[in-house]
Design a protein around this ligand. Structure first.
Ligand code: GTP
Ligand code: MG
Length: 197
């Protein structure tokens, strides 16, 4: 799937700008700086398909990438970035909420959680929204290279306990490091399974 051509299609800033081709899609969501763009690059094996940055809040649009003729991958703007202007945050949140609610071809949202921090309050808001909108989602822990094996075990079990109360959540948690290329095959397998379904 990921050995073929992958193209950037467009950056969507308004809900009426979403692509109309009826391809299945998966989205990467998460707080600013959690590592969405980095993970997308690792997943596709492209060095700089999606822009990455040390400056939180860098991704401002729903960035659409097309994988062959099979799939769209959407790199979402990060939420929960405290220093962004209030008006901008409101705009992003409205776009994200409208997108999550009204996108039937969205097969799954991969909700990225920094393995060092676990699920934060802003994540809980998004999680509740996806429950309400009946969007299927799965948690992906990021940056596991930054924690010990013991810390990873703890955050995995805490996260699993939280997700157990959320029916729309996939029970499997994928642990990844874009930097060390850990868990990338698990993520690929999850996506391949979704398209095959
Ligand atoms: P926004 O688009 O601004 O919301 O950020 P993002 O979620 O796309 O994060 P991005 O991929 O830009 O990464 C943010 C920072 O985290 C960058 O400095 C990355 O180099 C770093 N980073 C991302 N993934 C990893 C990882 O697996 N390990 C480590 N150690 N650092 C990572
Ligand atoms: Mg990004």
């Amino acid at each position: 799937l990921f050995s073929g051509p992958i193209h950037f299609i467009k950056g969507v800033v308004r809900i009426d700008g979403l692509p109309v081709e009826p391809l299945p899609e998966v989205a990467f969501a998460g707080r600013s700086n959690v590592g969405k763009s980095s993970l997308l690059n690792a997943l596709t094996g492209r060095k700089a398909l999606a822009r990455t940055s040390n400056t939180p809040g860098r991704t401002r649009e729903l960035n659409y990438f097309r994988v062959g003729d099979l799939l769209y991958i959407v790199d979402m703007p990060g939420y929960g970035y405290a220093k962004a202007p209030k008006s901008q945050v409101k705009g992003w949140n409205e776009l994200i909420y409208a997108y999550l609610r009204g996108r039937p071809q969205l097969k799954r949202v991969f909700l990225l959680i920094d393995a060092r921090h676990g699920i934060k309050n802003t994540d809980k808001d998004v999680l509740a929204l996806m429950d309400e909108a009946a969007v299927s989602y799965q948690v992906v822990l990021t940056k596991i290279d930054k924690i010990s094996a013991g810390q990873l075990k703890r955050v995995q079990s805490e996260t699993a306990a939280y997700l157990a109360k959320h029916p729309a959540a996939h029970p499997d948690i994928i642990a990844t490091s874009a930097q060390k290329r850990l868990g990338i095959d698990d993520l690929r397998a999850a996506i391949v399974e979704l398209i095959a379904a």
